[in-house]
Design a protein around this ligand. Structure first.
Ligand SMILES: Nc1nc2c(ncn2[C@@H]2O[C@H](COP(=O)(O)OP(=O)(O)OP(=O)(O)O)[C@@H](O)[C@H]2O)c(=O)[nH]1
Ligand SMILES: [Mg+2]
Length: 300
């Protein structure tokens, strides 16, 4: 699946990528320089191979994509990023969208369009101006014409931004969507801190407030899962396995199902525990979810 991130220079494309998939903080992206040409990053998300194309938005590069439209070919999802802090560029953005979209069409593509009204935050900007620019943006000809799915985005709302990207990634897969929603519902009823990821450390869902770290799990936990997964493969030689770590007060359990899905459960002796039945019910569901993921990846 090819996702193309497109928009004018400085609108925030690389920042969006870096704070969700790339594990950077909003402060760190302040120092990013303009992207030279384009950058392609590949990710395996729930068994789907995703390539994210971040197309640098400086004028010289914009022109070169239109001269070499093959670069834009095979885009399944076109995410157009519009900078809400720079309404003076809306018209140029509108024209750029039209050109990019036509180029993709000419290459035989029919991408789904998403619009990110980006920098929807009041860091160095007033609420009034932001709202005024937003209503202006919504009247841009390409928005009115194509009525793309709209998202209000900001790198300062990292968790929400990651959620939007996850939604976009699984939107095509109904069964997957159902399983993810099922998992979310289960987690909302449990008191233990639980994170569900794939074995690559992409977070699918969790119930830990303030955990917000983008799409990737934090590094130490990710490394722990990798290590468990190697043990599963070489030592347990089975498709699934469970591992646990504990100290006096804390306990961490890791379940790996069908070599693709991981459930991390963190328990603290000072917090009330969930009945084992509820945990087992969740684990059973996640086992089924893992089977679905394996089926999906073998269908490709
Ligand atoms: N306030 C605010 N600033 C942001 C946000 N996202 C990005 N920025 C800032 O916008 C600037 C440009 O961001 P980039 O991600 O480099 O922009 P880009 O679209 O990749 O630019 P090109 O690579 O030239 O096309 C950075 O200084 C970021 O700190 C946001 O959500 N809110
Ligand atoms: Mg960039």
């Amino acid at each position: 699946m090819k996702i193309s991130l497109v928009g004018l220079s400085g609108c925030g494309k690389t920042s969006i990528y870096s704070t969700t998939f790339g594990g950077m903080t909003p402060l760190e992206v302040k120092d990013l320089g303009p992207t030279v040409m384009y950058e392609v990053k590949s990710h395996n998300y729930l068994g789907i191979q995703v390539s994210l194309w971040d197309f640098g938005g400086q004028e010289k590069y914009r022109q070169s994509y239109l001269e070499t439209p093959k670069l834009l070919a095979n885009t399944s999802i076109l995410v157009f990023v519009l900078d809400l802090h720079h309404p003076e560029n809306f018209d140029i953005a509108n024209e750029y969208f039209d050109n990019v979209y036509s180029a993709i069409k000419e290459q035989g593509g029919d991408p789904r369009i998403k619009i990110f009204y980006h920098k929807y935050d009041t860091e160095e900007y007033t609420k009034e101006a932001l709202e005024e620019n937003l209503s202006k943006a919504k009247q841009l000809p390409f928005i009115v014409k194509y009525t793309p799915r709209e998202f209000l985005t900001s790198v300062y709302r990292q968790e929400e931004l990651s959620d939007f990207l996850k939604q976009i990634l699984i939107a095509d897969f109904d069964e997957l969507k159902k399983s993810v929603e099922g998992a979310q519902e289960f987690l909302s009823k449990l008191k233990s801190k639980i994170i569900i990821t794939d074995v690559n450390g992409n977070v699918i869902t969790h119930n830990i407030e303030g955990f917000a770290t983008g799409i990737q799990l934090r590094e130490d936990l990710r490394e722990y899962i990798f290590a468990c997964n190697v043990l599963r493969e070489n030592f347990l030689t089975s498709e699934s396995g469970s591992f646990s770590a504990s100290s006096e007060a804390k306990k961490l359990k890791v379940y790996i199902y069908n070599y693709v899905l991981t459930v991390l459960i963190m328990m603290d002796e000072h917090e009330p525990a969930d009945p084992q039945d509820s945990i087992n019910e969740l684990l059973k569901e996640m086992e089924l979810f893992a089977e679905l993921l394996v089926e999906m990846s073998s269908e490709e």
